[in-house]
Design a protein around this ligand. Structure first.
Ligand code: GLY
Ligand code: MN
Ligand code: MN
Length: 456
């Protein structure tokens, strides 16, 4: 069985565009951690049940420093930056392809080519990523030499015991997270591509609205429409899609998506395509199911819309991250006061110790976006919430209003309405650029967009 096969090397494998960026990112680590070995695992498969695993996705830090992409990605690989003089040499320890002359080809249902498809040889991976490659099996020996080593712990339980625990590990994880707070040009391009793919996904969602109305658990119809586009244009979803029809929109993380979609109500869709590069968009649009906003829906929508405009306007280098939220909340609180539902003035409500408007605004309006939907999550508060914005940061602006169905403070026609508008923006030299500007936001534009697709 092992002989009589034509060789199948991939000739002329070109380096990925990302390699120069990944190299520069590693230089930053090298500068910071002179003389220390750095071990950055990709992580392994996560078991769903028995011998079934979830779809594999490498850890974002591994992606960032290696440049590995989608289907090429190698489960269990480990990036090792080995100190050399004043700098480091990088190696990728990986499971290379098992060719037809190996037992694994036929027998290994997790890695064998017959079972799961071809992976790169060591030479192919080196050509693709421009990083010297070694077999994963050789890593354990290297890590035995007692050299000072830092790893990202809890990414791969097989690697953790091979690296001695070290007090500096926590700081290493923070440094790695904070390095991604500003994006390089490659990242911004990929985020734009993710947003553009997501825009197509939203077109598909609108196309599916009539079927969603006709189908029991219509939220699933919209969820599935977006998922299809994510798999066609990208690697996957960047996170579980939220489809909240009617009052489900008031449940912030409504991912069951098993409700009916009814005419006359709104449906909130929060979704993002993750590209093969693993960068994701994070967009929310709220649609009137029958294509036209009612006066109550429009009144609330416009308040969220104006709030988001204030958020955009607040963004420029030097302004504190937390100011975006302040700007959005100010508009929402004033609007709620004008509607007569706040029992105190907007000014009073906006005091941190009061915050009555939060009954309807529920959440902050921004987070960093990148390889992870909530990117840079290990960054310190003083580098994130309390930090000045810098050119090249990519953030969401996502104010919302949520009137629970049993909220007596609002008149009945407002109850059970949840609205969020979420866009992805990049901080520029003097303001921000909305990467999702082409996805309609104003209620008139939303109605036009729906009419263009649905023809009614
Ligand atoms: N989709 C998650 C979020 O908006 O943060
Ligand atoms: Mn978000
Ligand atoms: Mn979102």
């Amino acid at each position: 069985m092992q002989s009589g096969w034509i060789p199948s090397d991939i000739a002329d494998l070109q380096p990925l565009e990302v390699v120069t960026y990944a190299y520069s990112r590693r230089q930053v680590l090298s500068e910071k951690y002179k003389g220390i070995r750095l071990v950055i695992p990709a992580g392994g498969f996560k078991v769903r049940a028995n011998d079934s695993d979830y779809n594999y996705r490498p850890h974002s830090a591994f992606v960032y420093y290696s440049g590995v992409q989608g289907a090429d990605s190698t489960a269990d690989a480990v990036l090792v930056m080995e100190p050399s003089g004043d700098s480091h040499i990088t190696y990728l320890y990986m499971n290379p392809r098992s060719t037809r002359d190996t037992d694994a080809f036929y027998r290994d249902s997790k890695y064998g080519e017959l079972w799961v498809g071809r992976r790169f040889t060591l030479a192919e991976a080196k050509a693709r990523y421009q990083i010297d490659t070694h077999k994963l099996g050789e890593l354990e020996n290297l890590l035995k030499d007692g050299k000072e080593t830092l790893t990202l712990r809890d990414v791969d339980p097989k690697i953790d015991p091979l690296v001695k625990k070290n007090d500096a590990e926590a700081e290493f994880a923070i440094f790695v997270s904070e390095q991604r707070l500003t994006k390089d040009l490659y990242e911004v391009d990929e985020l734009q591509r993710a947003v553009d793919a997501t825009a197509q996904g939203f077109n598909d969602v609108i196309s599916a609205i009539p079927a969603a109305v006709e189908t029991r658990r219509g939220e699933r119809v919209l969820d599935a429409a977006f998922y299809g586009r994510a798999r066609i244009l990208g690697n996957d979803l960047g996170y579980n899609t939220i489809v909240g029809a009617g009052a489900h929109a008031c449940v912030l993380h409504w991912i069951r998506n098993d409700g009916n979609v009814r005419k006359g109500e709104l449906v909130l869709v929060d979704a993002g395509v993750e590209m093969e590069s693993f960068y994701t968009a994070d967009i929310t649009r709220t649609f009137p199911v029958n294509g036209k906003f009612s006066p109550a829906q429009r009144a609330l929508y416009m308040l969220v819309y104006e709030s988001q405009l204030a958020g955009f306007a607040a963004i420029k280098p030097g302004v504190l991250f937390s100011e975006i939220n302040k700007a959005c909340q100010e508009v929402l609180a004033k609007g709620l006061a004008d509607m007569g539902v706040l029992t105190v003035s907007a000014e009073e409500s906006l005091k941190p110790e009061v915050g009555l408007h939060r009954r309807w605004t529920l959440h902050g309006v921004s987070h960093h976006l990148g390889l992870d939907v909530h990117d840079c999550s290990e960054a310190r508060k003083e580098m994130y919430l309390d930090a000045p914005l810098r050119e090249g940061m990519v953030l969401t602006v996502e104010p919302g209003l949520y009137i629970q169905p049993d909220d007596e403070l609002f008149a009945p026609e407002y109850r059970g309405i949840g609205i969020r508008i979420e866009d992805d923006v990049m901080v520029t030299a003097d303001g921000c650029r909305n990467l999702s500007e082409n996805i309609p936001r104003h209620p008139d534009e939303i109605e036009k967009w729906m009419k263009a697709i649905l023809g009614r």
